[in-house]
Design a protein around this ligand. Structure first.
Ligand SMILES: Nc1ncnc2c1ncn2[C@@H]1O[C@H](COP(=O)(O)OP(=O)(O)OP(=O)(O)O)[C@@H](O)[C@H]1O
Ligand SMILES: [Mg+2]
Length: 397
């Protein structure tokens, strides 16, 4: 456009030779300028496209944590339009913090000017990232100084790693405990048999009866622990696998436990889906899962009544069968959530809990190709959700 206007000047009749020369020079300059603009805008598009094809969030910030540039992955992770991201503080929009993220590398690398690598846990968004940070030295002036941050979401990876560690830990403890339990089982049987013989041999009012009863109770308690350990360490459940309806595992278990629930003032609500598919499983083991969960719930509601709800349902696709046990008990402390499946982890008083209940549940559920998930709110209650693969085409009313 500019070029055409200038060229038109040349066609005017009163124009001098010097002006024509100047116009020609001007035309060359304008052409050079246009080509430069073209090159710059091509590089801009090229650089933006390159930036955007990186599937991890990448951003460039200044020393005040304000975003200067960001790629599409960042905007997507923040659920924002890319234009709305620019100028905002990275920790506010990306991590949900009001101030820089804990362990943020920005201050350190601004001082050292060395690349840095860290793992960050962003509690508000409940996501974990690795971040590679690089200082970009100022080119024109000091305000120019910026930092490139490359994030990688490792939340799922970490979750999987934790699960793997959990399984390995359980396998190791299981093998160890299984061996010990076997060794203890026989002498324990002997103690129990002999103490019962002595009790029978003495008159009912004999002064030693109370002490002997104490020994019998203690031996029975040990037997229960040994039984748990043996169940826990058993390699895998095998020939007892059959078609099982979860509702039955619940009703059988509740027949045993309802008296105990009533005594503790707990209201039991059962909400079972009638037309539910079977799963492949071991009814005894599944009963044990229900029993362990219900026992935990009742223990968590000790002293204040409360409601225990057991429900079964299916997902809309009818591929999974769910079992849910929820209570209105004291809940689980945040710092214990990572440990509740650990064998021997208990918050109960000594002698009251072995800490194997949930570890056993975990193993049984894993053997049934199922999954367990626990959600808890302090002083409001806990909900345990388990799901198993449904046997398709099989419905029970
Ligand atoms: N429904 C629940 N409400 C509150 N805390 C729970 C609940 N279920 C489990 N917990 C916590 O998890 C811990 C571990 O549970 P787990 O069943 O493995 O062992 P335990 O109940 O302590 O012992 P055991 O099962 O041998 O009696 C419990 O001590 C308790 O702190
Ligand atoms: Mg328990």
């Amino acid at each position: 456009m500019i070029l055409e206007i200038i060229k038109m000047k040349k066609t005017q009749s009163d124009i001098s030779q010097t002006d024509i020369q100047t116009i020609d020079e001007l035309c060359i300059k304008v052409e050079e300028l246009e080509s430069l603009v073209e090159t710059i805008s091509r590089s801009k598009v090229m650089w933006e496209t390159t930036f955007d094809v990186i599937s991890d969030p990448v951003l460039i910030i200044n020393r005040n944590y304000e975003i200067r540039r960001a790629n599409k992955a960042l905007a997507k992770a923040c659920d924002l339009n890319i234009r709305d991201v620019i100028g905002k503080k990275c920790h506010e929009i990306f991590a949900g913090y009001q101030k820089p993220c804990p362990k943020c590398p920005v201050d350190d690398i601004a001082t050292t000017q060395q690349p840095d690598y860290r793992e960050l846990e962003m509690f508000p968004t409940q996501r974990q990232y690795t971040v590679n940070a690089y200082a970009v030295p100022s080119v024109f002036n000091e305000q120019d100084e910026s930092i490139v941050l490359h994030y990688r979401d490792i939340t799922d990876e970490k979750h999987l790693q934790k699960k793997l560690m959990q399984s390995e830990k359980m396998a190791a403890v299981g093998t160890l405990a299984g061996g010990v339990a076997h060794e203890i089982n026989n002498p324990l049987g002997g103690i129990l048999a002999f103490v019962q013989l002595v009790m029978r041999a003495l008159e009912k009012e004999h002064a030693c009866q109370d002490d002997l009863k104490e020994i019998e109770d203690a031996a029975l308690r040990c037997k229960k622990i040994v039984r748990n350990l043996l169940d826990f360490s058993r390699e895998k459940i095998d020939e007892r696998m059959e078609l099982v309806v979860l509702n039955e595992a619940i009703s059988r278990t509740m027949a045993l436990i309802s008296v105990n629930a009533k005594q503790t003032g707990v209201e039991v609500v059962q909400d079972m889906e009638k037309d539910i598919a079977s799963i492949v499983g071991d009814l005894n083991k599944l009963q044990q899962v229900v029993l362990n969960l219900v026992t935990n719930s009742i223990a968590a509601m000790q002293g204040g009544g409360g409601v225990l709800t057991l429900s079964t349902f299916m997902n809309p696709e009818k591929t999974k069968v769910f079992l849910q046990v929820s209570d209105t008990g004291k809940g689980i402390e945040e710092e214990n959530m990572n440990r509740i499946f650990d064998p021997y982890f208990t918050t109960k008083k000594q002698g009251e809990g072995t800490g194997l209940g949930l570890a056993i549940c975990y193993k049984i559920i894993e053997d049934h190709k199922g999954k367990i998930d626990i959600e808890s709110v302090i002083d409001q209650g806990t909900t345990v959700t388990i799901h198993f693969p449904a046997v398709s085409g099989d419905r029970h009313t």
